[in-house]
Design a protein. Structure first.
Length: 201
């Protein structure tokens, strides 16, 4: 194996390419310690030592830090680690590591997101938010089925009306229709809206 390029990532960090492929990011002192230089051969044992002793350990610590900083889905964690210059192989090991301690759980993430927003958002909005965060479609649907019901939808509509200072009892038909259209665009069902806005066809 040959070091084909050493590319600066910052003043202290460098991306190392081996046989034209990016394999890890090292600090300046680590390049010196392992004698990593462009166009120089790198022994298999040294390569494995860097991956397992330095890079993998750092990726695991980074994964723990990211999850401690805020809740994330597996997809979000993978993306963040990838952005940090870790290869798919290293990302896989770091994800498996945090999973083994129960620190990464998309089902728990979905439950927390729904519980935190269900009195402000429609089921459709929450579904879109979960998919955007990387929760699998089936898991998002199952979580909404379990943690979001018609009472939550009603509470969310009422919260929106309160925020907009909209009082159904004093609104005329045109005002109700405009608000009804707005709520439908937000993903609420017509029947739910009709009951709360108190308008009838």
């Amino acid at each position: 194996m040959t070091v084909t390029k050493i590319e600066p990532v910052s003043k202290t960090r460098f991306k190392v390419y081996v046989d034209e492929k990016p394999v890890f990011v090292l600090y300046k002192g680590e390049l010196s310690r392992y004698h990593i230089e462009t166009d120089e051969e790198i022994e298999d044992e040294v390569f494995e030592d860097i991956l397992n002793t330095v890079v993998c350990k750092r990726a695991k610590a980074r994964a723990l830090h990211l999850l401690n900083d805020m809740g994330r889905t597996e997809a979000q964690l993978r993306t963040k680690l990838g952005q940090g210059g870790y290869t798919e192989e290293i990302v896989e090991k770091a994800v498996a590591y945090v999973k083994s301690f129960g620190y990464l759980n998309d089902w728990e993430y979905a439950r927390s997101l729904i519980e935190g927003r269900k009195h402000k958002k429609s089921r459709m909005e929450l579904y879109g938010a979960l998919l955007q965060k990387g929760v699998a479609k089936e898991e998002a649907e199952r979580a909404l089925e379990e943690f979001y019901d018609s009472d939550d939808s009603r509470a969310a509509i009422e919260a929106i009306l309160k925020r907009k200072k909209f009082v159904p009892e004093s609104a005329d038909r045109i005002q109700k229709q405009k608000m009804g259209s707005y709520l439908m665009r937000k993903g609420f069902k017509y029947e739910e809206i009709r009951k709360i806005l108190q308008f009838y066809d």
